[in-house]
Design a binder for this molecule. Sequence first.
Ligand SMILES: [Zn+2]
Length: 384
Amino acid sequence: MSSADDLTAESSADASDEVSTTVEGTPLVDLPKVALHDHLDGGLRPATIIELARERGIDVPVDDADGLGSWFRAQSDSGSLVEYLKTFDLTIAVMQTEEGLRRVAREFVEDLAADGVLYGELRWAPEQHLSLGLSADAAVEAVQAGIDEAVAAVEARGGWIRAGQLVSAMRHLDNGVAMAELALRHRDSGVHGFDIAGPEDGFPPSRMKPAFDLLLGEGMPITVHAGEAAGIDSIRSALVDGHALRLGHGVRIREDIEVVSDDGEAMGVRLGRLAQWVRDRRVPLEVSPSSNLQTGAFAAWGSEFGEHPIDTLYQLGFAVTVNTDNRLMSGTSITRELGLLVDAFGYDLDDLLTFQLNAAEGAFLPLEERIELQARIEDGFGLD
Ligand SMILES: [Zn+2]
């Protein structure tokens, strides 16, 4: 059984939680995918947490892998981003050494490959991994070593995957410029871009403007968590102050869309200036449906998976991409997220292809590599 199967099986918390695993007869796991929004400290294998915690003498709330996976999911179902983020205390605690970071990164990329991912961006906040004296540069190098090992292992098996790091600065701390400089020092050795993460509400992107200005001046791509736990002012700041080329989730851009008529067949809408910019400029939305449900990101429009604004945004032409955010906390994979979307909205292969091509277009890769990635995706979907 592959690790992707493990994840899918584990995530079936109850018998009613059955998720489609195929679309039009094609196994979803076999479809080529792109993971733009996937936190390194949110994608550990439960068994690895237990082993690393034991080595370091750290207490775990449940000491069997299945039980620990269930614990993370239950803790993350709070409906609050702040509560959800507390589950990271444990994962970050076991990622404070070169060995821990390297192993977690290696397994993370191996699990992406098992999920059918061809290109993944791993985001994480080096400043949270220095409590045992590791330098931020050594931490980035340890993660890169794990990525490189996994890429080589996948290729040795005849597979193909590429991956890069996004350095996240924690938005409630004040290390933005130092983290931007860290990202720039490693831009030719594995760091593909920059992000800010952590509590969104009360910590607008404008707080980090000097870091963003530095990165823009150096031509380093930026994505910003915005429109998850705060609304359109946060999204505006991500674009204006953060120079964001993508939006982490961005689902609350829906607040800037007025439905003027809806007869069940067609929806008449009026887009505000901000929504119009995001749609017309094709700013990719890094939507993570299960995570968004868990953190209450779309609570204004409903509390069921099928009430997620993703479908409205997709139908209106926004550059929607599908992500996991934190595979451990949501007990999910991109395969499972696609299955949930197929069940909720009736998407077919063409829809799923569009999500992957949108993600490849938005990837923080040079143009020629994005074109190669798109060609591999079309090939994997059976197109020439
Ligand atoms: Zn995130």
